[in-house]
Design a protein around this ligand. Structure first.
Ligand SMILES: [Mg+2]
Length: 317
């Protein structure tokens, strides 16, 4: 049970990231002018941080999600020390081969540098409210499919090594809870209410913004995204992703297309949208051509299945 939700979540997130990377940093108007609508994979834009990426390749969002996933599988649970060690290993690779940096943000890079020089994981995180710990947190949702208390504590700990700001922590808790509720087919209204309540404990503005999505999903996209915002701040990315999901709860493709055409931090918005929508609808809802065109698809799918083995044991009988 739920295997397809697990593979749907991790693959959905990677598909969203890979589709969204081509429009990352463009405004909604620029996307419209250049593409009219983006509806399939494409190369990274020349001059953007993704310019060396080919169609179907993913960015730092998926890299960090996979690092978190591998650390969980290696330890059999979330281990912040092991996770931090793996972050530092990747950071060291970026330092020695700067061309391999797929858009790791300043907050993450500076935090990894502190981790590398011995700062404990609870203190190493940057104090900028960016979305780096929200975009990678979906494996924590998969780890605790029906235990919100354990999930909340673990999501907080998964944020701290790189993101200590309460807004980032609230975003990570919100996204992890949304994924876990989506796996068990909870209605999008309840997903928003629960994620908003949890986020509010850490950042009231973020929590209230997530609550407001329930009404905003009836607004046209142009108006909704200009009201929510699409910058790389957690307060914009997480509510925008929840808007994309809750506007199109039964349609993975439409949810992702809404995200990648939103403008701003499209890869992270689409990565989170894909994680929640994929968890809700399962892998069969993801178009085959997107799965087939995705870099590293087989490994991501098998990691998701390994995570399912742990997640189902964590489920209460
Ligand atoms: Mg990215």
């Amino acid at each position: 049970m739920y295997q397809k939700q697990y593979t749907g979540c991790l693959l959905g997130s990677a598909v969203g990231d890979a589709l969204g990377m081509q429009t990352e940093g463009m405004s909604l108007g620029e996307i419209k002018q250049k593409f009219n609508i983006v509806f399939d994979y494409g190369p990274g834009m020349p001059g953007s941080p993704n310019e060396k990426l080919r169609p179907g390749q993913y960015t730092d969002d998926t890299e960090q999600t996979l690092i978190l996933t591998r650390s969980i599988l290696e330890a059999g649970k979330f281990d912040p020390v092991l996770f931090s060690k793996k972050l530092v290993e990747h950071y060291a690779m970026i330092v020695s081969h700067p061309g391999s940096n797929r858009g790791w943000g300043r907050t993450s890079l500076d935090s990894c540098k502190r981790l590398q020089s011995g700062t404990p994981w609870k203190e190493s995180g940057g104090d900028s409210p960016t979305c780096g710990s929200s975009m990678r947190v979906s494996p924590i949702g998969l780890l605790y499919p029906d235990n919100l208390e354990q999930l909340e504590r673990t999501a907080v700990d998964s944020s701290l090594p790189t993101h200590r700001h309460p807004e980032s922590i609230g975003g990570a808790v919100a996204v992890a809870s949304a994924v876990s509720l989506a796996i068990t087919n909870t209605s999008p209204d309840i997903v928003l209410k629960t994620a908003g309540s949890l986020a509010k404990k850490y950042d009231p503005v973020l929590g209230n913004k997530i609550f407001s999505i329930e009404k905003m999903r009836y607004m046209p996209e142009l108006n909704a995204f200009s009201a929510i915002g699409t910058s790389l701040m957690t307060r914009d990315v997480v509510p925008s992703a929840f808007y994309c999901f809750s506007k199109n709860p039964l349609d993975f493709s439409r949810a992702i297309l809404t995200a990648i055409n939103a403008g701003g931090d499209t890869d992270s918005i689409a990565a989170i949208t894909g994680a929640v929508s994929g968890a809700y609808l399962g892998i069969d809802a993801i178009p085959k051509k997107w799965l087939d065109g995705l870099e590293n698809r087989d490994e991501i799918e098998s990691l998701a299945l390994e995570l399912w083995e742990i997640g189902r044991h964590n489920m209460k009988e």
